[in-house]
Write a protein that binds this ligand. Structure first.
Ligand SMILES: [Zn+2]
Length: 126
């Protein structure tokens, strides 16, 4: 299955999509997602079996659009969110310092490669 970017309509395999999640916000139960293709940033809520998209910036996050991802699971940890699908798990850490730190866009469990390298690998043009 493929998961789309709502801004540019690019589609991603789950591994590529969840690697691009960052900055888990436990209080609002959101993760940020930055599109590896167009750079658009969305906030989304990982729910059992689906992703929820809504309006960022409000005090409360209301899910308006849902994208079904059958088998998707989530586990809330104190300083990170674990997202699981099939046999894989992606860890999305909480950003500890809200200011003055680099954008830890790709601090997922499996890779810290910058986006162009990930793209290059998937495009097969390394
Ligand atoms: Zn995009």
């Amino acid at each position: 299955m493929l998961i789309p970017c709502l801004a540019c309509d690019s589609r991603f395999i789950p591994d590529e999509y969840f690697r691009a999640c960052h900055d888990y916000n436990r209080g609002r139960d959101l993760v940020a997602w930055t599109c590896p293709r167009c750079g658009n940033r969305d906030d989304l809520r990982v729910l059992p079996g689906e992703l929820g998209f809504g309006c960022p910036g409000r005090r409360r996050f209301d899910v308006h659009d849902r994208f079904r991802v059958p088998g998707l699971r989530r586990k809330r940890q104190i300083l990170r969110l674990d997202i699981s699908l099939d046999e894989k798990t992606w860890r999305v850490p909480t950003r500890l310092s809200p200011t003055g730190v680099p954008d830890h866009r790709f601090t997922c469990a499996e890779t810290r490669l910058p986006a162009p390298l990930i793209r290059g690998r998937y495009a097969g043009d390394s």
